[in-house]
Design a protein around this ligand. Structure first.
Ligand code: ADE
Length: 226
């Protein structure tokens, strides 16, 4: 899989991809992540990527030309399954959406800033819009990193234990059960006996019951498919 991220603040995206699981996934060749600085695609003297809004109003608007130049160049190099604009009014990121995106081959994530992008970008260049939640961030970079992380960890071979992404919260419509590690007793606080019993079937049953209990208590909407 390949993910191209277009941004006017490339430094914001350096650290999420240079550590831990996301870095290892790239080192292993399971995913390629390329960050593109929009300023490299400007044609004006000051290399600006934004301008005042027609009709007035507070806030700058990202210009279509550098975005079009960058997307056109990328599309000339390979076909893309989706060109995604990160936007608070997009489709909400959920586990099923991350699962769906993890099956794609090439994705572009476009990060917005200021008051957003010229509407013609959304009308003519973008195939999909994604929001990571009902709140507004200063820009789409952190949102793009969240989308990329949720997708990359699902790619085969990225997580050491192949089954661990399948047992994540939300994968079966339930939140994950509690987990414990050594010591089995700390300050008198004990790990549930069943987890120390070695009885596989009883442990599975306990995990399922805890997941269900937690989902009912914390995220009841998940049980109705929300
Ligand atoms: N850009 C600003 N806020 C955002 C959000 N909540 N999701 C995606 N992109 C954004």
């Amino acid at each position: 899989m390949r993910i191209d991220i277009i941004t006017c603040l490339p430094r914001l995206l350096e650290s999420p991809f240079s550590d831990s699981i996301l870095n290892r996934a790239q080192q292993k060749g399971l995913v390629a992540v390329a960050i593109h600085d929009l300023r490299e695609y400007t044609t004006n003297k000051h290399r600006t990527t934004d301008d005042y809004a027609f009709g007035g109003g507070a806030g700058m608007v990202m210009m279509i030309e550098p975005i079009d130049n960058c997307i056109t160049k990328l599309k000339s190099e390979r076909p893309y399954d989706d060109i995604i604009y990160m936007s608070p009014d997009g489709e909400l990121l959920t586990q099923p959406l991350a699962n769906e995106l993890s099956l794609k081959k090439n994705l572009i994530l476009l990060c917005g800033h200021y008051k957003g992008v010229d509407e013609r970008v959304r009308e003519h260049l973008i195939t999909r819009e994604i929001s990571i939640g009902n709140y507004v961030l200063s820009g789409g970079e952190l949102a793009a990193a969240v989308v990329a992380d949720s997708v990359i960890r699902l790619l085969p071979g990225v997580l050491n234990d192949e089954t661990s992404a399948l047992s994540d919260s939300f994968q079966d419509g339930l939140v994950a059960p509690p987990v414990y590690t050594r010591p089995a007793e700390y300050k008198g606080w004990k790990v549930p006996d069943v987890l120390l019993s070695g009885h596989e079937a009883k442990i599975s049953q306990w995990k399922y019951e805890k997941s269900l209990e937690r989902t009912k208590a914390r995220r009841p909407g998940l049980l109705d498919g929300n």
